[in-house]
Design a protein around this ligand. Structure first.
Ligand code: GAF
Length: 389
Protein backbone atom coordinates (compact mmCIF):
# COMPACT_ATOMS: atom_id res chain seq x y z
CA UNK A 1 0.00 0.00 0.00
CA UNK A 2 1.29 3.49 -0.83
CA UNK A 3 2.57 5.52 2.15
CA UNK A 4 -0.13 8.19 1.64
CA UNK A 5 -2.86 5.60 1.90
CA UNK A 6 -1.24 3.86 4.88
CA UNK A 7 -0.92 7.20 6.67
CA UNK A 8 -4.55 8.09 5.91
CA UNK A 9 -5.88 4.73 7.07
CA UNK A 10 -3.85 4.82 10.27
CA UNK A 11 -4.87 8.43 10.96
CA UNK A 12 -8.55 7.61 10.58
CA UNK A 13 -8.18 4.60 12.86
CA UNK A 14 -6.33 6.57 15.53
CA UNK A 15 -8.37 9.77 15.47
CA UNK A 16 -11.80 8.51 14.41
CA UNK A 17 -11.95 10.95 11.47
CA UNK A 18 -10.18 11.36 8.14
CA UNK A 19 -7.20 13.76 8.10
CA UNK A 20 -7.60 17.27 6.73
CA UNK A 21 -4.91 16.42 4.19
CA UNK A 22 -1.94 14.22 3.32
CA UNK A 23 1.45 15.47 2.16
CA UNK A 24 4.43 13.36 1.12
CA UNK A 25 8.07 13.79 0.19
CA UNK A 26 10.61 11.44 -1.40
CA UNK A 27 14.07 10.21 -0.47
CA UNK A 28 16.88 10.89 -2.93
CA UNK A 29 20.02 9.62 -4.50
CA UNK A 30 22.66 12.02 -5.68
CA UNK A 31 24.00 11.06 -9.09
CA UNK A 32 27.18 13.03 -8.41
CA UNK A 33 28.33 16.04 -6.36
CA UNK A 34 28.99 14.77 -2.83
CA UNK A 35 30.06 17.03 0.04
CA UNK A 36 29.90 19.98 -2.32
CA UNK A 37 26.64 21.49 -1.04
CA UNK A 38 28.06 23.12 2.11
CA UNK A 39 30.95 24.40 -0.01
CA UNK A 40 28.55 26.48 -2.14
CA UNK A 41 29.06 24.02 -5.01
CA UNK A 42 27.06 21.88 -7.43
CA UNK A 43 24.89 18.79 -6.89
CA UNK A 44 22.89 16.53 -9.21
CA UNK A 45 20.31 14.52 -7.26
CA UNK A 46 17.10 12.80 -8.26
CA UNK A 47 14.09 11.84 -6.17
CA UNK A 48 13.40 8.20 -5.38
CA UNK A 49 9.97 6.60 -5.78
CA UNK A 50 10.18 5.89 -2.02
CA UNK A 51 8.26 8.46 0.02
CA UNK A 52 7.30 9.51 3.52
CA UNK A 53 3.69 10.60 3.93
CA UNK A 54 2.16 12.70 6.69
CA UNK A 55 -1.58 12.63 7.28
CA UNK A 56 -2.49 15.75 9.25
CA UNK A 57 -5.30 17.68 10.91
CA UNK A 58 -5.14 20.89 12.92
CA UNK A 59 -5.65 20.93 16.70
CA UNK A 60 -6.98 23.92 18.58
CA UNK A 61 -5.06 23.32 21.83
CA UNK A 62 -1.61 24.16 20.39
CA UNK A 63 -0.27 20.62 20.88
CA UNK A 64 1.80 18.73 18.35
CA UNK A 65 0.93 15.05 18.54
CA UNK A 66 2.89 12.73 16.27
CA UNK A 67 2.53 9.01 15.62
CA UNK A 68 4.53 6.91 13.21
CA UNK A 69 3.60 3.63 11.59
CA UNK A 70 6.26 0.92 11.61
CA UNK A 71 6.79 -1.64 8.84
CA UNK A 72 5.05 -4.21 11.03
CA UNK A 73 1.92 -2.03 11.26
CA UNK A 74 2.69 -1.08 14.88
CA UNK A 75 2.27 2.56 15.92
CA UNK A 76 4.79 4.56 17.97
CA UNK A 77 3.58 7.73 19.65
CA UNK A 78 5.83 10.67 20.48
CA UNK A 79 5.10 12.48 23.72
CA UNK A 80 2.74 15.39 22.91
CA UNK A 81 4.46 18.79 23.03
CA UNK A 82 3.11 22.33 22.98
CA UNK A 83 4.34 24.09 19.83
CA UNK A 84 4.78 27.25 21.91
CA UNK A 85 7.20 25.43 24.27
CA UNK A 86 9.42 23.72 21.68
CA UNK A 87 13.13 24.29 22.26
CA UNK A 88 16.21 22.50 20.86
CA UNK A 89 17.36 19.66 23.06
CA UNK A 90 13.97 18.94 24.57
CA UNK A 91 12.83 16.42 21.97
CA UNK A 92 15.21 13.64 20.96
CA UNK A 93 15.21 10.58 18.70
CA UNK A 94 12.91 10.32 15.67
CA UNK A 95 10.41 12.77 17.20
CA UNK A 96 13.01 15.57 16.96
CA UNK A 97 12.58 15.72 13.17
CA UNK A 98 8.88 16.72 13.08
CA UNK A 99 9.29 18.79 16.25
CA UNK A 100 12.25 20.64 14.74
CA UNK A 101 10.22 21.58 11.69
CA UNK A 102 7.36 22.86 13.90
CA UNK A 103 9.93 24.85 15.91
CA UNK A 104 11.31 26.55 12.78
CA UNK A 105 7.88 27.24 11.30
CA UNK A 106 6.74 28.80 14.58
CA UNK A 107 9.12 31.68 13.77
CA UNK A 108 7.30 32.03 10.46
CA UNK A 109 3.98 32.46 12.22
CA UNK A 110 2.83 28.85 11.87
CA UNK A 111 1.94 28.33 15.51
CA UNK A 112 -1.06 26.01 15.54
CA UNK A 113 -1.10 22.50 16.95
CA UNK A 114 -1.59 19.42 14.79
CA UNK A 115 -2.13 15.69 14.79
CA UNK A 116 0.35 14.02 12.45
CA UNK A 117 0.46 10.37 11.44
CA UNK A 118 3.52 9.30 9.47
CA UNK A 119 4.02 6.33 7.16
CA UNK A 120 6.81 5.80 4.68
CA UNK A 121 8.97 3.43 2.71
CA UNK A 122 12.24 5.37 2.42
CA UNK A 123 14.81 2.98 3.92
CA UNK A 124 15.92 4.52 7.23
CA UNK A 125 19.61 5.04 7.98
CA UNK A 126 20.51 4.07 4.42
CA UNK A 127 21.91 7.41 3.26
CA UNK A 128 18.83 7.90 1.07
CA UNK A 129 17.60 10.91 3.00
CA UNK A 130 14.75 9.40 4.99
CA UNK A 131 15.07 12.11 7.63
CA UNK A 132 14.73 14.90 5.07
CA UNK A 133 11.78 13.15 3.42
CA UNK A 134 10.11 13.19 6.85
CA UNK A 135 11.02 16.81 7.55
CA UNK A 136 9.89 18.03 4.12
CA UNK A 137 6.57 16.20 4.35
CA UNK A 138 5.98 17.64 7.84
CA UNK A 139 6.89 21.14 6.63
CA UNK A 140 4.40 20.96 3.77
CA UNK A 141 1.74 19.51 6.07
CA UNK A 142 2.11 22.25 8.70
CA UNK A 143 2.20 24.98 6.05
CA UNK A 144 -0.81 23.40 4.34
CA UNK A 145 -2.83 23.21 7.56
CA UNK A 146 -2.03 26.89 8.13
CA UNK A 147 -3.19 27.72 4.58
CA UNK A 148 0.22 29.13 3.81
CA UNK A 149 1.21 29.15 0.12
CA UNK A 150 4.22 27.01 -0.72
CA UNK A 151 5.45 28.88 -3.77
CA UNK A 152 9.06 29.36 -2.68
CA UNK A 153 10.48 25.85 -2.29
CA UNK A 154 14.11 26.98 -1.77
CA UNK A 155 12.87 28.96 1.23
CA UNK A 156 11.16 25.87 2.62
CA UNK A 157 14.42 23.96 2.05
CA UNK A 158 16.28 26.52 4.19
CA UNK A 159 13.71 26.19 6.98
CA UNK A 160 14.12 22.41 6.89
CA UNK A 161 17.91 22.83 6.98
CA UNK A 162 17.56 24.99 10.08
CA UNK A 163 15.44 22.32 11.76
CA UNK A 164 18.10 19.72 10.98
CA UNK A 165 21.08 21.91 11.99
CA UNK A 166 19.74 23.72 15.04
CA UNK A 167 17.10 21.40 16.48
CA UNK A 168 18.20 17.87 15.51
CA UNK A 169 21.90 18.80 15.70
CA UNK A 170 23.14 17.49 12.33
CA UNK A 171 25.31 20.11 10.54
CA UNK A 172 24.09 19.10 7.05
CA UNK A 173 23.90 21.20 3.89
CA UNK A 174 21.06 21.87 1.47
CA UNK A 175 21.30 18.91 -0.90
CA UNK A 176 18.76 16.56 0.61
CA UNK A 177 15.84 18.81 1.41
CA UNK A 178 16.17 20.68 -1.89
CA UNK A 179 16.17 17.36 -3.76
CA UNK A 180 13.13 16.15 -1.87
CA UNK A 181 11.22 19.38 -2.51
CA UNK A 182 12.33 20.35 -6.01
CA UNK A 183 13.09 17.20 -8.01
CA UNK A 184 10.72 16.15 -10.78
CA UNK A 185 9.93 12.88 -12.49
CA UNK A 186 12.36 11.73 -15.20
CA UNK A 187 14.93 14.44 -14.37
CA UNK A 188 18.00 15.03 -12.29
CA UNK A 189 18.17 18.40 -10.57
CA UNK A 190 21.29 20.38 -11.41
CA UNK A 191 21.55 22.82 -8.53
CA UNK A 192 24.04 25.59 -7.93
CA UNK A 193 23.82 25.75 -4.15
CA UNK A 194 25.32 29.25 -4.00
CA UNK A 195 22.88 30.99 -6.31
CA UNK A 196 20.11 28.42 -5.97
CA UNK A 197 19.76 28.48 -9.74
CA UNK A 198 18.65 25.09 -10.94
CA UNK A 199 17.94 23.16 -14.09
CA UNK A 200 15.84 20.03 -14.53
CA UNK A 201 18.04 17.83 -16.74
CA UNK A 202 16.29 14.91 -18.48
CA UNK A 203 17.57 11.55 -17.22
CA UNK A 204 16.28 8.38 -18.85
CA UNK A 205 18.73 5.53 -18.24
CA UNK A 206 16.34 2.95 -19.69
CA UNK A 207 16.49 4.69 -23.06
CA UNK A 208 20.19 3.72 -23.05
CA UNK A 209 19.44 0.16 -21.83
CA UNK A 210 20.96 1.20 -18.52
CA UNK A 211 19.73 1.50 -14.96
CA UNK A 212 20.79 3.09 -11.70
CA UNK A 213 21.04 0.28 -9.20
CA UNK A 214 20.96 1.30 -5.54
CA UNK A 215 22.79 -0.89 -3.03
CA UNK A 216 21.81 -0.22 0.56
CA UNK A 217 24.73 -1.77 2.41
CA UNK A 218 22.83 -1.71 5.72
CA UNK A 219 26.00 -0.37 7.33
CA UNK A 220 24.50 2.35 9.48
CA UNK A 221 25.66 5.94 9.47
CA UNK A 222 24.94 9.15 11.32
CA UNK A 223 25.64 12.81 10.59
CA UNK A 224 25.49 13.85 14.24
CA UNK A 225 28.51 11.89 15.46
CA UNK A 226 31.36 14.14 14.37
CA UNK A 227 32.83 12.71 11.14
CA UNK A 228 30.59 14.79 8.90
CA UNK A 229 30.99 17.95 10.98
CA UNK A 230 34.78 17.54 11.04
CA UNK A 231 34.92 17.44 7.22
CA UNK A 232 32.72 20.50 7.02
CA UNK A 233 34.84 22.41 9.53
CA UNK A 234 38.00 21.43 7.60
CA UNK A 235 36.54 22.86 4.40
CA UNK A 236 35.62 26.11 6.12
CA UNK A 237 39.10 26.39 7.63
CA UNK A 238 40.70 25.79 4.21
CA UNK A 239 38.49 28.41 2.55
CA UNK A 240 39.48 30.87 5.29
CA UNK A 241 43.19 30.18 4.77
CA UNK A 242 42.78 30.64 1.02
CA UNK A 243 40.86 33.87 1.52
CA UNK A 244 37.76 32.76 -0.41
CA UNK A 245 34.14 32.67 0.79
CA UNK A 246 33.87 28.93 0.07
CA UNK A 247 35.82 26.14 -1.66
CA UNK A 248 33.52 26.63 -4.63
CA UNK A 249 35.71 29.61 -5.45
CA UNK A 250 38.84 27.52 -5.99
CA UNK A 251 39.18 26.87 -9.73
CA UNK A 252 40.32 23.44 -10.90
CA UNK A 253 43.20 24.92 -12.90
CA UNK A 254 44.39 26.78 -9.82
CA UNK A 255 44.10 23.74 -7.58
CA UNK A 256 47.80 22.89 -7.28
CA UNK A 257 48.70 26.44 -6.35
CA UNK A 258 45.91 26.50 -3.78
CA UNK A 259 47.03 23.18 -2.27
CA UNK A 260 50.58 24.52 -1.89
CA UNK A 261 49.21 27.21 0.41
CA UNK A 262 47.50 24.77 2.76
CA UNK A 263 48.67 22.49 5.56
CA UNK A 264 48.96 18.83 4.52
CA UNK A 265 45.92 17.74 6.56
CA UNK A 266 43.52 20.01 4.64
CA UNK A 267 44.75 19.31 1.10
CA UNK A 268 42.78 16.11 0.42
CA UNK A 269 39.53 17.77 1.49
CA UNK A 270 40.08 20.66 -0.90
CA UNK A 271 41.16 18.36 -3.73
CA UNK A 272 37.96 16.37 -3.35
CA UNK A 273 35.63 19.36 -3.32
CA UNK A 274 37.27 21.12 -6.27
CA UNK A 275 37.46 18.01 -8.47
CA UNK A 276 33.95 16.88 -7.48
CA UNK A 277 32.45 20.23 -8.52
CA UNK A 278 34.22 19.85 -11.88
CA UNK A 279 32.84 16.31 -12.23
CA UNK A 280 29.29 17.57 -11.69
CA UNK A 281 29.71 20.12 -14.49
CA UNK A 282 31.12 17.47 -16.82
CA UNK A 283 28.26 15.10 -15.94
CA UNK A 284 25.69 17.78 -16.75
CA UNK A 285 27.39 18.45 -20.10
CA UNK A 286 27.27 14.73 -20.89
CA UNK A 287 23.58 14.50 -20.02
CA UNK A 288 22.72 17.57 -22.07
CA UNK A 289 24.49 15.89 -25.01
CA UNK A 290 22.51 12.67 -24.40
CA UNK A 291 25.72 10.81 -23.50
CA UNK A 292 24.43 9.21 -20.33
CA UNK A 293 26.40 6.02 -20.99
CA UNK A 294 29.63 8.01 -20.61
CA UNK A 295 28.97 8.88 -16.95
CA UNK A 296 30.67 5.73 -15.63
CA UNK A 297 34.26 7.03 -15.26
CA UNK A 298 32.97 10.15 -13.46
CA UNK A 299 31.14 7.99 -10.92
CA UNK A 300 34.27 5.91 -10.40
CA UNK A 301 36.43 8.99 -9.96
CA UNK A 302 33.94 10.45 -7.49
CA UNK A 303 34.06 7.29 -5.40
CA UNK A 304 37.86 7.17 -5.41
CA UNK A 305 37.97 10.80 -4.32
CA UNK A 306 35.46 10.25 -1.50
CA UNK A 307 37.31 7.13 -0.37
CA UNK A 308 40.91 8.31 -0.61
CA UNK A 309 40.75 12.09 -0.23
CA UNK A 310 37.59 12.87 1.70
CA UNK A 311 37.77 9.57 3.60
CA UNK A 312 34.05 9.12 4.13
CA UNK A 313 33.63 5.70 2.54
CA UNK A 314 33.27 2.44 4.47
CA UNK A 315 34.43 -1.13 3.71
CA UNK A 316 30.86 -2.13 2.78
CA UNK A 317 30.60 0.75 0.28
CA UNK A 318 33.97 -0.06 -1.29
CA UNK A 319 33.07 -3.74 -1.64
CA UNK A 320 29.65 -2.91 -3.17
CA UNK A 321 31.25 -0.53 -5.66
CA UNK A 322 34.07 -2.92 -6.64
CA UNK A 323 31.73 -5.91 -6.97
CA UNK A 324 29.24 -3.98 -9.12
CA UNK A 325 32.03 -2.80 -11.42
CA UNK A 326 33.57 -6.25 -11.72
CA UNK A 327 30.18 -7.60 -12.80
CA UNK A 328 29.73 -5.11 -15.63
CA UNK A 329 28.59 -1.80 -14.11
CA UNK A 330 29.90 1.16 -16.13
CA UNK A 331 30.64 3.06 -12.94
CA UNK A 332 29.69 3.10 -9.27
CA UNK A 333 30.03 5.31 -6.21
CA UNK A 334 28.89 5.80 -2.65
CA UNK A 335 26.10 8.35 -2.23
CA UNK A 336 25.20 10.74 0.56
CA UNK A 337 27.33 11.67 3.52
CA UNK A 338 29.04 8.28 3.76
CA UNK A 339 30.46 6.26 6.67
CA UNK A 340 27.88 3.64 5.64
CA UNK A 341 24.59 3.88 3.79
CA UNK A 342 24.17 3.28 0.07
CA UNK A 343 26.06 3.11 -3.21
CA UNK A 344 24.77 3.47 -6.76
CA UNK A 345 25.92 1.64 -9.87
CA UNK A 346 25.19 2.64 -13.46
CA UNK A 347 24.77 -0.73 -15.12
CA UNK A 348 23.38 -2.32 -18.28
CA UNK A 349 19.83 -3.54 -17.65
CA UNK A 350 20.92 -6.84 -19.20
CA UNK A 351 23.51 -7.28 -16.43
CA UNK A 352 21.11 -6.55 -13.56
CA UNK A 353 21.03 -10.08 -12.12
CA UNK A 354 24.77 -10.56 -12.50
CA UNK A 355 25.58 -7.28 -10.76
CA UNK A 356 23.17 -7.94 -7.90
CA UNK A 357 24.44 -11.49 -7.44
CA UNK A 358 28.07 -10.38 -7.42
CA UNK A 359 27.36 -7.74 -4.76
CA UNK A 360 25.29 -10.12 -2.62
CA UNK A 361 27.97 -12.83 -2.88
CA UNK A 362 30.73 -10.38 -1.96
CA UNK A 363 28.84 -9.47 1.22
CA UNK A 364 28.11 -13.11 2.06
CA UNK A 365 31.81 -14.03 1.65
CA UNK A 366 32.64 -11.48 4.34
CA UNK A 367 29.88 -12.61 6.67
CA UNK A 368 28.05 -9.27 6.31
CA UNK A 369 24.29 -8.85 6.39
CA UNK A 370 22.82 -9.13 2.87
CA UNK A 371 22.50 -5.73 1.18
CA UNK A 372 19.19 -4.49 -0.14
CA UNK A 373 19.14 -3.58 -3.83
CA UNK A 374 16.65 -1.82 -6.09
CA UNK A 375 16.56 0.04 -9.38
CA UNK A 376 15.94 3.76 -8.97
CA UNK A 377 14.14 5.94 -11.48
CA UNK A 378 13.84 9.71 -11.06
CA UNK A 379 10.48 10.35 -9.43
CA UNK A 380 8.30 13.26 -8.33
CA UNK A 381 9.24 15.69 -5.59
CA UNK A 382 7.23 16.56 -2.50
CA UNK A 383 3.63 17.72 -2.58
CA UNK A 384 0.07 17.28 -1.41
CA UNK A 385 -1.44 13.90 -2.16
CA UNK A 386 -4.87 13.40 -3.61
CA UNK A 387 -7.37 12.09 -1.03
CA UNK A 388 -7.64 8.30 -1.03
CA UNK A 389 -10.45 6.23 0.39
C1 GAF B 1 24.32 14.36 3.68
C2 GAF B 1 23.94 15.79 3.95
F1 GAF B 1 22.71 15.85 4.54
C3 GAF B 1 23.94 16.63 2.69
O1 GAF B 1 23.73 17.98 3.02
C4 GAF B 1 25.24 16.46 1.90
O2 GAF B 1 26.29 17.18 2.48
C5 GAF B 1 25.59 14.99 1.75
O3 GAF B 1 25.59 14.32 3.00
C6 GAF B 1 26.94 14.79 1.11
O4 GAF B 1 26.92 15.24 -0.20
O5 GAF B 1 23.36 13.70 2.93
Amino acid sequence: MRPARRATTAFTRLHGAAPAGVWSAPGRVNLIGEHTDYNDGFVLPFALPHRTAVAASPRDDGLLRVATLGDDGGVRHAAPVAVADLEPGEVTGWAAYPAGVAWVLRDQGVTGGADLVIAGDVPAGAGLSSSHALECAVALALLGLADRPVDDLPRVARWVQRAENDFVGAPTGLLDQTASLCCTEAHVLFLDVRSFESEQVPFDAAAHDLEVLVVDTRASHSHTDGGYGARRAGCEEAAGLLGVPALRDVEEDGLDAALDRLPERLRPLVRHVVTENARVLTAVDLLRADKLAELGPLLDASHASLRDDYRVSAPELDVAVDAARSAGALGARMVGGGFGGSAIALAPVAEHDRVVRRVVDAFAERGWQAPRTFTAVPSAGAGRDEPEN
